[in-house]
Design a protein around this ligand. Structure first.
Ligand code: FES
Ligand SMILES: [Fe+2]
Length: 389
C-alpha cells in the first residue's frame, strides 16, 4: 500500500476507535429474498464468473517446472501447469478424444495420460502420444491439444478466465487496487492449504456477506480469532469501494491506545502494524491481512442456486513463525476451523433465504461492506430490487 494511503487509513481507524462508531451506510438495506434464489440472476452471475479473471491458485502451489494442480472452478475441471520454461498455463481438463479427465490431483508430471484410452498430453497441453497411432492416420495432433484458457500470473496468483479466447487483463481488472494488491507481496509467500474446496449449501452471495462483516466473530468464532480485547464493538470498521471491489478494515488497537498514537508524529506511525484490511476482489476472491500473512480464499457459485464452493488457504512470507506467533501450519488450521464454524450458520442462512417468508434480508447501516457488495453486484447484473429504509 502506498504510504500516503496507509496514513489516511490510519487516520480513519483512529477516529473510528476514538468515537467507537464505525463508518456507516446512509440507510439500512433491504435485500429481497428473490435476489438469492432467482435463476435469471444466477445466470448473469455465472457469466460474471466465467468472464472475470479468477485467482484459481497461488503461484507457490506450482513452483517448479512440470508442477501441476487440478481445480474445480464454476463446474469445470481446470488443469493448471507450469511448463519446462516456468510459464504457467490453464487448460480445460477434458480429453480431446471422448472427454475424460487426463489429470487428477496435484504433483509434478511431464505427461498426463488420459485414464480411458491413454491419449497423452504434455505440460503445454499438446497431444504428444496415443496408442495405435497408425489407426488415426490423417489426424493432425497439433490441433488436438487440451483447450487452453486465458491465464496470467500476477501478484503471486495464477489468474484464469474460464472462457476460451476471452481477453484477460488482470491489472485492468484490479484497476485502482492493482498496486495495492501487488504490495501485499503474495508473490514471495508460500501457500498453506486450509480447505481444498468445501461445498456449502447456501447461495454464494450469502457466504460473501459473511466475509464482509465482523459482527459475527464473538458469536461464531469466540475462541478462534484473536479479538482485540479493547475493541468493545466488533463493527468498528472503515469501508471503500473500488469499482466492483470492496476493501474494509479496522484498527488493531483499542481506545486506550488512541492518545499515544495521536501524540506520535504521523511520519512515525506504523500503519501496517496497526490496521488490518480485507479485500473482496470481484467476483469472489478474498484476501485479508492476518498476523504476519494473508488469508487467500476463493468463493464460487455451485450448480444449484443454494450451493457454493469455498477454497481457503493461508499465505506465509516465512516458514518459521515470528517469535510468539503461531506457525504457518497452525494459521492454516485455524482458518479451516473458522470456516467449519461459519459453515453451519451459512447453511442455516441458505435454508432461511430459500424457504423464509420474511420478504427481505436486512443489512444494517453498520454492515456497510455487505451493502457495498450488493450494490456493486446489482449494478453489474442489472438487479434493481435493493431497497433502503
Ligand atoms: S477419452 Fe481420453 S483417451 Fe479416450
Ligand atoms: Fe466467520
Amino acid at each position: 500500500m502506498q504510504p500516503n494511503a496507509a496514513i489516511a487509513l490510519m487516520r480513519r481507524a483512529l477516529s473510528i476507535v476514538e468515537s467507537q462508531t464505525p463508518e456507516m451506510a446512509d440507510a439500512h438495506m433491504q435485500v429481497p429474498l428473490d435476489y438469492y434464489g432467482n435463476p435469471e440472476l444466477a445466470a448473469k452471475e455465472k457469466e460474471l464468473f466465467e468472464t472475470s479473471p479468477l485467482a484459481l491458485v497461488a503461484a507457490s502451489e506450482i513452483t517448479n517446472p512440470h508442477d501441476y494442480l487440478v481445480r474445480n472452478a464454476v463446474g469445470r475441471s481446470v488443469l493448471i501447469t507450469r511448463d519446462e520454461d516456468g510459464v504457467a498455463h490453464a487448460f480445460l481438463n477434458y480429453c480431446r478424444h471422448r472427454g475424460a479427465e487426463p489429470a487428477q490431483g496435484c504433483g509434478n508430471a511431464r505427461r498426463f495420460s488420459c485414464p480411458y484410452h491413454a491419449w497423452t498430453y504434455d505440460s503445454k497441453g499438446r497431444l504428444v502420444g496415443m496408442p495405435l497411432r497408425e489407426r488415426y492416420k490423417g489426424l493432425d495432433l497439433s490441433q488436438l491439444g487440451l483447450v487452453e484458457l486465458p491465464s496470467q500470473e500476477r501478484h503471486g496468483f495464477i489468474w484464469v478466465v474460464l472462457r476460451p479466447g476471452h481477453p484477460i487483463d488482470v491489472a485492468a481488472h484490479l484497476g485502482e487496487l492493482d498496486a495495492e494488491i501487488g504490495s501485499l507481496g503474495c508473490d514471495r509467500m508460500t501457500y498453506y492449504p486450509s480447505l481444498a474446496e468445501a461445498p456449502l449449501s447456501t447461495n454464494w452471495k450469502s457466504v460473501a456477506e459473511g466475509l464482509l462483516e465482523g459482527l459475527h466473530l464473538p458469536h461464531v468464532h469466540p475462541d478462534t480469532f484473536g479479538l482485540n480485547p479493547q475493541a468493545s464493538h466488533v463493527d468498528l470498521a472503515f469501508y471503500d469501494r473500488f469499482g466492483p471491489h470492496i476493501r474494509w478494515g479496522m484498527g488493531l488497537f483499542g481506545k486506550d491506545d488512541v492518545g499515544r498514537l495521536r501524540a506520535t508524529p504521523e511520519t512515525e506511525w506504523k500503519p501496517m502494524e496497526n490496521i488490518g484490511c480485507i479485500w473482496l476482489i470481484s467476483p469472489g476472491l478474498l484476501l485479508s491481512h492476518e498476523l504476519y500473512g494473508i488469508i487467500y480464499a476463493d468463493l464460487t457459485p455451485g450448480k444449484a442456486l443454494h450451493e457454493s464452493f469455498l477454497r481457503y488457504g493461508w499465505l506465509s512470507p516465512v516458514t518459521e513463525a515470528p517469535e510468539g506467533m503461531p506457525s504457518p501450519e497452525h494459521m492454516a488450521a485455524r482458518a479451516a476451523r473458522g470456516v467449519s464454524q461459519d459453515a453451519p450458520v451459512w447453511e442455516g442462512c441458505g435454508r432461511g433465504l430459500a424457504r423464509g417468508a420474511h420478504g427481505y434480508a436486512l443489512i444494517g447501516r453498520n454492515e456497510k461492506g455487505v451493502q457495498l457488495f450488493h450494490e456493486q453486484l446489482s449494478e453489474r447484473i442489472g438487479y434493481t430490487g435493493l431497497r433502503y429504509c
